[in-house]
Design a protein around this ligand. Structure first.
Ligand SMILES: NC(=O)c1ccc[n+]([C@@H]2O[C@H](COP(=O)([O-])OP(=O)(O)OC[C@H]3O[C@@H](n4cnc5c(N)ncnc54)[C@H](OP(=O)(O)O)[C@@H]3O)[C@@H](O)[C@H]2O)c1
Length: 379
């Protein structure tokens, strides 16, 4: 019997380059699907795992395949799958380097990937696979931060009452960093759930965020941004604050401290950037960055305590083992992509057409993007 194979970008150990090779193509488990990957989007997390995984994802089993965001066609389904069928076009959250999956077959950087059915969303015919790839990790992180009980614990929307979430009085939600991919999805999720959204971005992205449903947008570099958002929230309860973007925690703590009772701040980002670690010797980088990171986290925790602001740190895939995961990717996203409540943003920035292009595409992301998602298209 011949075993079928496909190509993958494999990581043999932390702080090593990606290696292109052939790997065996596995059959999906009972509740899994196998997808022919047509588009892969990149996230800061990919590079952080590659270079600093020993610190942040020490569980990763090698050889590993990284990558969280894929879109493609379903080529095989497990015998307990009920929603997804062979031939469906889907986007999906890949869990290869995540504690929940942690096996090479589930990483996005390959031609065929195993995904959980609950982490897939079928696509309307008019949506391209390249557009669709921008969504999965941003959707998971935004939904986890807004709706999980140990994060902001907001009420997702009337349609998800069946998963047992309480109905809460609606108010304003602050999404700091609305032009990030996580932020631009969070604005839409909070709006769809019935909250009024206040956000921040560079001025050239304000119209984009208003188009996604933000009621007010301020420039996060402006010293008066916090005061102006508090003015914009006057007369409403601030139900929660989502802090996205390196260094956003400081401003969001200040904002939350401007209200009584204090709204909770759920933080997606670190106080200093971690995606600039070099592949190779890191002694100088570590000596310069890790004390700054540890100091920044300690100061942030101290400040939250002094200001009496409740906080939490978001792990973007935390929803996958919660009913919220299936409710978000299946129930909500499938309907919302069809009826226009969910737009596929940010716009893809095509950075290659082969697995070999992924390392350079990761560099493009590291150099910085503004309201764009770096995507590698596979033929
Ligand atoms: N905790 C988790 O599980 C998890 C999961 C995914 C992402 N993240 C983190 O979430 C952040 C966003 O990730 P992403 O992939 O969505 O990023 P991204 O789309 O690449 O972010 C680019 C955008 O960041 C905005 N930005 C940069 N610094 C900012 C700041 N201090 N305040 C507000 N906005 C700022 C810029 O907005 P303008 O162009 O308008 O200036 C730019 O458009 C990153 O820090 C990432 O590491 C965390």
């Amino acid at each position: 019997m011949t075993t079928s194979k496909h190509r993958a970008a494999v990581l043999d150990g932390f702080n090593r380059p990606l290696r292109m090779t052939e790997v065996a193509t596995p059959a999906p488990g009972p509740c899994e699907v196998r997808v022919r990957v047509r588009a892969i989007a990149l996230n800061p997390f990919d590079r952080i795992v590659q270079t600093l995984g020993g610190l942040v994802t020490p569980w990763v089993a090698f050889p590993a395949v990284l990558g969280s965001d894929v879109a493609g066609e379903v080529v095989a389904v497990g015998d307990q799958c009920r929603r997804i069928q062979v031939g469906d076009r889907v986007l999906g959250l890949a869990l290869g380097a995540d504690r929940a999956g942690n096996r090479a077959a589930e990483g996005a950087f390959q031609e065929q990937v195993i995904l959980r059915e609950t982490c897939c969303c079928r696509l309307p015919a008019e949506v391209t696979l390249t557009q669709a790839a921008v969504l999965p990790l941003a959707l998971a992180t935004a939904a986890s931060g807004l709706f999980l009980r140990n994060q902001l614990g907001l009420d997702p929307n009337p349609a998800s009452a069946h998963v047992g979430y309480p109905t809460a009085p609606k108010g304003s939600v602050v999404v700091w960093g609305g032009a990030t991919s996580v932020g631009s999805v969070a604005i839409q999720l909070a709006r769809a759930a019935g909250y009024r959204v206040l956000s921040t971005a560079s001025p050239h992205n304000h119209a984009l965020l208003v188009g996604l449903g933000a009621a007010a947008v301020e420039d996060y570099r402006e010293p008066r941004a916090v005061a102006r958002l508090l003015e914009a929230a006057a007369g409403t309860t601030i139900a929660g604050v989502l802090a996205i973007g390196v260094g956003s925690g400081r401003a969001c703590l200040q904002l939350a401290a401007g209200r009584n009772p204090r709204p909770k701040v759920a933080m997606a980002s670190m106080p200093c950037p971690l995606d600039s670690a070099p592949i190779g010797p890191q002694i100088g980088w570590r000596l310069a960055t890790l004390p700054r990171l540890a100091g920044g986290m300690a100061i942030q925790a101290l400040r939250a305590g002094i200001l009496r602001v409740p906080t939490s740190a978001i792990w973007g895939t935390a929803l996958v083992d919660d009913p919220l995961g299936a409710a978000t990717f299946g129930t909500f996203a499938e309907a919302a992509l069809r009826d226009g409540r969910l737009q596929l943003v940010p716009e893809p920035l095509i950075a290659g057409s082969r697995l070999e292009d992924i390392p350079e595409a990761m560099e493009t992301l590291r150099r910085g993007v503004s309201a764009r998602k770096v995507v590698v298209q596979l033929g």
